[in-house]
Design a protein around this ligand. Structure first.
Ligand code: DC
Length: 229
């Protein structure tokens, strides 16, 4: 066993809008684990490509750009910052433009490999809760606990609608639903590291669950696995 295997990994995969970030942050806090949002890394590279006007249909240019980039996830209490080449881009990476274009970098194998190395390095010194699409399948196939967080498309669109409304943005719920469906198709049908339900993952359908219920379910699974109470 190499030393990295000692650290516990809770891998949380699932489609966009299933509540992964919210739940993963709370679980990490309760267990005193490090929280790692891998989507933020794909978003950061997408933002850089947009800023540098790199053609999303030119994979080689995107790969070169990625090789020349540093991405850091900085956690300080309840604050999670994303640094792209030293610059704080935590808010900028959440725009609609970044969301709709992030599938380009996410479908390039060489870029995923670069990010996998960074993602795996977090386990060297910490127990972690890591969320994304391919954590249980590619990043940590040996994760001690794998969760697939799901919710119906309608529910995910509703949650997004309410989230935007809170920010003072009125969106058409059917348009949001269509966007989610497109993102699902891209995540599930891409050739490289597609999102899938693994045989050894526990599927939690959060459609009719509260955040607290989902968090408790994951912590109970962790306790079952480890015998810790
Ligand atoms: O979870 P998110 O919406 O922040 O993810 C942003 C993009 O990155 C989205 O296109 C899916 C992709 N992604 C991925 O391919 N693999 C991951 N482990 C995490 C995100």
């Amino acid at each position: 066993m190499n030393p990295e295997d000692k650290h516990f990994v809770i891998a949380i995969d699932g489609p966009a809008g299933a509540g992964k970030s919210t739940v993963a942050k709370i679980v990490a806090k309760r267990l005193n684990f490090l929280y790692v949002d891998t989507g933020a890394m794909y978003r950061a590279l997408t933002l850089k490509a947009l800023k540098q006007n790199i053609d999303f249909h030119n994979p080689q240019a995107l790969i070169e750009m990625a090789k020349d980039t540093t991405i850091e996830l900085i956690q300080n209490g309840d604050s999670y910052r994303v640094l792209l080449d030293g610059q704080d881009v935590s808010n900028e990476i959440r725009t609609e433009q970044v969301s709709t274009n992030s599938h380009f970098v996410a479908s390039i194998h060489e870029i995923r490999q670069l990010l996998w190395d960074i993602q795996r390095s977090y386990r060297k010194n910490h127990d972690i809760v890591m969320e994304g699409r391919d954590i249980g399948s590619k990043v940590f196939p040996d994760a001690q606990l794998k969760i697939y967080l799901d919710a119906s498309v309608q529910e995910r669109a509703k949650r997004r609608y309410l989230q935007l409304k809170q920010q003072g943005i009125e969106e058409d719920i059917e348009k949001l639903q269509r966007e989610i469906e497109i993102r699902d198709q891209r995540d599930k049908n891409r050739e490289i590291a597609p999102l899938k339900k693994l045989d050894d993952a526990v599927v939690i359908d959060t459609t009719f669950m509260t955040i607290e219920q989902v968090v408790s379910a994951i912590i109970d699974l962790y306790k079952e696995k480890t015998g810790k109470v």
